[in-house]
Design a protein. Structure first.
Length: 276
């Protein structure tokens, strides 16, 4: 604005020197210049003010547009943003598996031994597990009982009872009863009772035909049999349960199918006293 003001004043002084007296004086000599009386100085100055005002508004609009326009990032910034987006996408993969793992961890943390719990099963009296880990590969088939002081991964077929002091992971088939400190089935087929001192997790695609006894359970597959859990039970969206559920607490997610009764027999609340 200061530049335009000074320009206006200089222009006015120049016009005053040219217009009054109809001539221009330069030292001793005086030069007569023709004067166009039709020129209205005030009108011309007002036009100049309008032009200056338009130029000022345009400059302010350009400044505002420059401030509002997004910054043009360099190629390094673009690559960094691309890597950030790719990392976000990778973190969102396998969300269902992560959710199941978190749910299982929460059930382990919240599992409690209530005072009214039934007598301990044989699995709760098992000896500590060793570091051994036996693997029944997908090409193996065992006819007979199997015992281990460590953990067992069953990828093949076992026709017989399985007992291990550690974790029993089944991705194959077991036709027989199982006893372990922890049980995990993933796309497995189990025909027999599952008895564990810890958590039972029946993953998506697994089919269990038999009763389940544990301290906590997460069911995402299909179970045909009664579930007796002293702690919490989570029945996930993809679960199908055909049998009764007895637990301390039960969480049934939207979409789960249950055909049977749900009883919180191990809850700390005395239901009878509420209606007394």
């Amino acid at each position: 604005m200061g530049f335009f003001k000074e320009f206006k004043e200089d222009f006015s002084e120049a016009v005053d020197e040219l217009i009054p007296g109809g001539g221009y004086s330069d030292g001793d000599d005086e030069v007569d210049l023709p004067v166009d009386n039709s020129i209205d100085v005030d009108t011309e100055l007002s036009k100049l003010d309008g032009l200056l005002e338009q130029a000022t508004k345009k400059a302010e609009a350009d400044d505002a547009r420059d401030k509002a326009a997004p910054k043009v990032t360099s190629s390094a910034d673009f690559v960094a943003e691309k890597e950030k987006a790719r990392t976000t996408v990778n973190n969102k993969k396998n969300t269902e598996e992560i959710k199941m793992e978190e749910t299982l961890r929460n059930t382990n943390d919240t599992a409690m031994e209530p005072a009214s719990a039934p007598a301990s099963t044989n699995s709760s009296q098992m000896a500590p597990a060793s570091d051994e880990n036996a693997v029944i590969t997908s090409g193996m088939r065992i006819n007979g009982d199997l015992e281990s002081t460590g953990s067992i991964d069953v990828e093949g077929v076992i026709q017989g009872n399985v007992t291990c002091n550690g974790k029993l992971t089944v991705t194959g088939t077991i036709v027989g009863n199982s006893m372990s400190s922890e049980f995990f089935a993933d796309s497995a087929k189990i025909e027999g009772e599952i008895n564990t001192a810890g958590t039972v997790k029946v993953g998506v695609g697994s089919v269990v035909v038999g009763n389940i006894t544990a301290t906590s359970a997460v069911i995402a597959g299909a179970v045909k049999g009664d579930i007796d859990v002293q702690g919490p039970v989570v029945v996930d969206t993809s679960a199908v349960v055909m049998g009764n559920i007895k637990s301390r607490s039960v969480q049934i997610n939207n979409g789960a199918v249950i055909e049977g009764f749900c009883s919180q027999a191990y809850a700390e609340v005395d239901v009878a006293s509420v209606f007394a």
